[in-house]
Design a protein. Structure first.
Ligand code: NAP
Length: 251
């Protein structure tokens, strides 16, 4: 079996670990993004740039990972798709009609994101789906020429998805810019190797507001994942870029 790619989680959070304003709003929405950034002092952009350059220089990652929660709300239904008579066995095979230097891979096992932008000459959208993804959605991805990889049955198996990214695309490093749902699932599956958190001196608060790592709580008797602090940089206005390595990765 081939090796997993290195998984680097990179997020911006308030000091309470919240990575968004509330469960009901996504930062992709221009007004929510404006209000989120209204709490940012002037040093945030510089630290974000520094964190991104450090990861880029060290690993030259070819895949950025996102979750469907960045694009649609919790209760969004499957995207509307025309019926299609392509056989299931065809639709449930990986679809890689093109190669690009970089990939924007999105976990969307329920087929909920209604894509209108598919990438550019450098970067292609790629959807990570599973055997229970609605078949008309897979047919639509094919009609639109959007590559996808099938990993898992009832939902996307993240370990298998990472292995497929390595095998099919040669990915050696995947950078997750997701919210807490996907990052929490990666963490619980023991798939995270490195974490960069740019902590902005602001508080969001709120029960269930997305945080750095969400998902199911630790089972009773569970222990936290230990991190080794690699480096901490404090900006001129007190924003903190902290770089950690997971000690117990792949345990
Ligand atoms: N501040 C930041 O740096 C930052 C970055 C990104 C996003 N955000 C914000 O965070 C919010 C979104 O966060 P979120 O937690 O709702 O969404 P999310 O991180 O996208 O989490 C949901 C995703 O995780 C997948 N997932 C969850 N558990 C899984 C498991 N056990 N196995 C496989 N896949 C699993 C879901 O798959 P399915 O789709 O298949 O169900 C879905 O793709 C938005 O408001 C966004 O704007 C902030």
């Amino acid at each position: 079996m081939s090796e997993l790619p290195r998984v680097v989680v990179s997020v911006v959070a308030g000091v309470d670990g919240r990575v968004a304003l509330s469960r009901g709003e996504r930062l992709l929405d221009a007004d929510a993004d404006r209000r989120w950034r209204s709490g940012w002092p002037g040093d945030v952009e510089e630290l974000l740039e520094a964190a991104s350059s450090a990861v880029e220089e060290r690993y030259r990652p070819t895949v950025v990972l996102e979750g469907s929660g960045t694009f649609v709300g919790d209760d969004a239904p499957a995207a509307a798709c025309d019926e299609d008579d392509t056989p299931a066995e065809v639709l449930l095979a990986d679809y890689l009609p093109k190669r690009t230097p970089k990939w924007f891979a999105v976990v969307d096992g329920r087929g909920r994101v209604d894509w209108s932008f598919f990438g550019d000459a450098q970067t292609s959208l790629l959807v990570l789906v599973c055997e229970s993804t609605p078949l008309p959605y897979l047919a639509r991805l094919r009609r639109d020429g959007v590559p996808y990889l099938v990993a898992g049955q009832a939902r996307v198996d993240l370990r298998v998805a990472l292995l497929r990214l390595r095998e099919a695309l040669g990915a050696q490093c995947v950078v997750s810019h997701a919210g807490g749902g996907l990052n929490g699932a990666l963490l619980r599956a023991g798939l995270v190797d490195e974490v960069h958190v740019v902590t902005v001196p602001m508080l969001v608060g709120g029960l269930c507001t997305p945080s750095v790592a969400d998902g199911p709580p630790l089972p009773v008797g569970g222990t936290p994942v230990r991190l080794r602090t690699v480096d901490v940089t404090v900006g001129a206005q007190g924003t903190v870029w902290a770089h950690y390595e997971v000690i117990d990765a792949r345990g």
